[in-house]
Ligand binder design. Structure first.
Ligand code: OVM
Length: 405
């Protein structure tokens, strides 16, 4: 329900953005929120919401006015104890945020990734060969989008093999925990301590291989760029933000191609479009749908004021399909320029791992495009509901192979 649209009155909305109906299909709520005005009050959670591109973008770019240190979930760290020690990156502001950020910017930067490129492309070719050897019908989520990041990323971080099955459930719970304490959080709660303890244990220096991202973070501590107390938490950020996000990003781009055969043809003609395709899928699907910020002052938005200390929910997915910013926003289209989308965030917190994600996508898409002429849905898809992530549980596909390879 949307009421009170009179002059000077704040638009309100009674929907539950974390309810199953919205998680199954958030697009109608997104349109409602964008159209209601630049800021909307969400009665269910006593928080404010931005859903238009202009306002989401501006707020994300303004860390002074919209802080992250009070948490980027519903829980306000000014009043509530966080369920795990706050992230030094995601849940921090300058100046504390900056040293850890500088370290990861270098460790995950385009130059640093060059040494991984060849190996990841070969890994993608091998995985695609294995999957296609099993037949022309498979699940794009469980056969490609999940196994590929799990094959390359934990090795790149340098964690041991044992226990890697904990990574996805940990991430799923973490991203649920940014939302309200609903059934999705309750579902993950029984294992949260165990999963958290396992993840924390993988951040210790002596468990990490000598040449991975993890070791490089510890080397930065040796150089005094961060403290030895900060190093394990920075490694934890990789294990927190680097697995589920890429799995659902890859699911998004595979679903997009399975439902847009003309775009797949285009990619096959010009495989160098793989990276643009991935960014367009991140815009189109917004695997990370929402994060909160907290107002550090009374902030004026149009005729309204968001009071100091209050939470504002940033609808990244709604901004990424705002017709005020994008032509034909619901179209997945490789000929558009998707840059400027807020699917990776914007400003000082913008995804520091985005080059890693793009490299994974490029490797998997080019390997698939080499061998697959056509990819199409082969049965009903199923969504996976998460308080923060827009995710697929199952995307059954059928492929038509290139004959000569
Ligand atoms: C972190 C973290 C966790 C989840 C998401 C994220 C999307 C970062 O622990 O730093 O960014």
């Amino acid at each position: 329900m949307t009421v009170t649209q009179g002059y000077g009155t704040l638009p309100v909305n009674d929907a539950d953005p974390f309810g199953h109906e919205v998680l199954e299909n958030p697009l109608p709520l997104h349109a409602e929120l964008r159209d209601a005005g630049p800021v909307v009050y969400l009665t269910m959670y006593d928080v404010y919401a931005f859903a238009r591109y202009e306002h989401v973008h501006a707020a994300l770019a303004n860390w002074q006015g919209f802080q992250s240190a009070a948490g980027v979930g519903l829980s306000n760290f000014r009043y509530e104890k966080p369920w795990r020690p706050p992230s030094l990156l995601l849940e921090a502001d300058p100046p504390r945020h900056d040293a850890p950020r500088r370290v990861l910017t270098k460790v995950l930067g385009p130059r640093a990734l060059r040494r991984l490129r060849e190996g990841w492309h070969a890994d993608a070719e091998r995985l695609v060969d294995e999957v296609l050897a099993g037949g022309d019908q498979f699940d794009a989520v469980t056969s490609l989008a999940e196994p590929f990041p799990l094959r390359v990323f934990p090795d790149a971080v340098g964690i041991p093999n044992h226990g890697r099955e904990h990574l996805l459930p940990y991430g799923d719970h973490l991203f649920n925990a940014f939302g309200p304490p609903n059934d999705l959080v309750a579902k993950g709660a029984p294992r949260a301590a165990e999963l958290s303890a396992w993840v924390n244990a993988q951040c210790a220096r002596d468990l990490l291989t000598g040449d991975g991202f993890g070791a490089q973070i510890w080397a930065a501590a040796d150089r005094g760029e961060i403290t030895p107390e900060q190093a394990p938490l920075v490694v934890r950020s990789l294990l927190s933000a680097g697995v589920d996000t890429t799995v659902h990003g890859l699911s998004a781009v595979l679903y997009a191609f399975a439902t847009h055969p003309e775009q797949w043809r285009r990619l096959r003609e010009r495989p160098e479009l793989a990276r643009v395709a991935f960014d367009e899928a991140v815009r189109w699907e917004s695997p990370v749908q929402t994060f909160f910020r907290t107002a550090t002052n009374d902030v004026r938005v149009g005729d309204h004021v968001v009071p100091e200390g209050r939470k504002i929910l940033m609808f990244l997915g709604a901004a990424n399909r705002d017709p005020r910013r994008w032509d034909d926003p619901d179209a997945f289209d490789l000929s558009r320029d998707p840059s400027g989308h807020v699917g990776f965030g914007m400003g000082i917190h913008q995804c520091v791992g985005q080059h890693v994600a793009r490299l994974e996508a490029e490797a998997l898409l080019t390997a698939l495009a080499r061998r697959v002429r056509r990819i199409e849905l082969d049965g009903p898809t199923r969504r996976h509901h998460n308080n923060t992530l827009r995710a697929w549980e199952s995307i059954p596909v059928r492929v038509h192979l290139e004959k000569s390879i």
